[in-house]
Ligand binder design. Structure first.
Ligand code: GAL
Length: 139
């Protein structure tokens, strides 16, 4: 596991905060992950894992010490060596994921206590050029 970026916000980043990651990967077999973690412990409220070799995006949670049910999307608008932008925005019900401003998927909150989701982590095969964490109005 290679940690590329980590940020925490004690008051919680869901709902209402938007996270935008700009980056690039070098290889057609890249895998990286963007995780929203819960405090305390290493629980993952939302794991977003594009897998370039499969051209699929795997989403899951890791709560109570095990992975939950995978949600897999085969819309895959990412390519090696091409810069992309991923935005993850949460409201009360879902994480909404946009790639290059197109909505790709949504993931229903499994960690119901949203205020416990306090940390953002980005791992593995990604070269990050920017991370923006912005408070947005709920709509
Ligand atoms: C596993 C993988 C984890 C995570 C999970 C998602 O196979 O080892 O890193 O991506 O799938 O369901």
């Amino acid at each position: 596991m290679a940690l590329r970026f980590e940020a925490s916000c004690p008051e919680g980043i869901c709902p209402g905060w938007s996270v935008t990651v700009k980056g690039e990967t070098t290889s057609s077999t890249s895998m990286f992950e963007i995780n929203f973690l819960c405090d305390p412990g290493d629980r993952i409220a939302f794991h977003l894992n594009p897998r370039f070799a499969d051209s699929k995006i795997f989403c899951n949670s890791f709560l109570a010490s095990h992975w939950g049910k995978e949600e897999v999307t085969d819309t895959f608008p990412l390519a090696a060596k091409e810069p992309f932008q991923i935005e993850i925005y949460s409201d009360q019900d879902y994480f909404h994921v946009f790639i290059d401003e197109n909505k790709i998927l949504q993931f229903k909150h499994r960690q119901k206590q949203l205020s416990s989701i306090t940390k953002l982590q980005i791992l593995n095969d990604i070269t990050i050029s920017a991370v923006e964490i912005t408070k947005r109005a709920l709509y």
